[in-house]
Design a protein around this ligand. Structure first.
Ligand code: ATP
Ligand code: MG
Length: 230
């Protein structure tokens, strides 16, 4: 199975990267670093020259670009060049567009398979940050069906996808996404049993066809983004 860099050295070392054409779910609580993970992955996709779509439902693309900039990851260049496409509603700011947006957004809620139809031809990587914005009013069964169709559709297109689902939304749907995705990673905080200190820890819940560490991997968020402690 071909792999691509996650942008996080320690994860690439542990897993060999993300498997191409598969969907990986990253879950975690507020402030765990999910969006930074996304930006870091997108930066790696840019280095690999992959046409990428970032579905930013919670943050303004300009804010995301600025946040990436603070880690010295240039996303503006690729955006201007068309290699990176931000798709969502916040990009459009005149009032007419805003109306159209609201309608699209409403129509999209509970129909995240619709995401597939919006992808430009030649898209190789997709980031959805976060799926929780699309799940309103879904039953557990609907969520399962929709998510299954989404990952099947992405796979058929050969697209590698990073899908963020916050812990609360994931639980709301019985952690179904973690079962259905090819890989699943949880970002969390824990009390280190030896030092008594709070620390950030990453749990590679699963990665099919890949030997995975069973231990939690301690990580930091700093000037270089997410780094795994050695
Ligand atoms: N340059 C930085 N250096 C150190 N820590 C940082 C830096 N930038 C952000 N952080 C830390 O990362 C956290 C936010 O990360 P991020 O936005 O990726 O979280 P998230 O999981 O996406 O949160 P949310 O659930 O709100 O979307 C901040 O709360 C802060 O603690
Ligand atoms: Mg976020």
């Amino acid at each position: 199975m071909d792999r691509i860099s996650t942008g996080i050295e320690g994860i690439d070392e542990a897993l060999g990267g993300f498997p191409v054409g598969r969907t990986i779910v990253v879950t975690g609580n507020a402030g765990a670093g999910k969006t930074i993970f996304c930006l870091q992955f997108v930066n790696a996709c840019m280095k690999a020259g992959l046409n990428t779509v970032y579905m930013a439902s919670e943050e303004d693309p300009n804010d995301l670009i600025a946040q990436a900039e603070s880690f010295e990851w240039d996303l503006k260049g690729p955006k201007d060049a068309g290699t990176l496409n931000f798709m969502d509603l916040a990009t459009l700011d005149d009032i007419e567009m805003e109306m159209a947006m609201i309608i699209t957004h409403e129509a999209r809620k509970g129909n995240f398979v619709g995401i597939l139809q919006d992808l430009p031809e030649g898209t190789k990587a997709v980031v959805i940050d976060s799926l929780g914005s699309y799940t309103a009013n879904l039953t557990v069964q609907d969520f399962k069906d929709q998510f299954g169709l989404l990952i099947h559709g992405l796979k058929r297109k050969g697209i590698t996808a990073l899908v963020i689902i916050d812990s609360a939304t994931s639980k709301e749907f019985n952690d179904m996404a973690l079962f259905w995705a090819h890989g699943a990673i949880r970002l969390q905080k824990r009390d280190n049993p030896y030092t008594g200190n709070r620390e950030r820890a990453m749990d590679i819940i699963k990665m099919r066809n890949t030997p995975t560490p069973t231990e939690l991997m301690t990580y930091d968020i700093g000037a270089g983004g997410i780094t795994i402690a050695k």
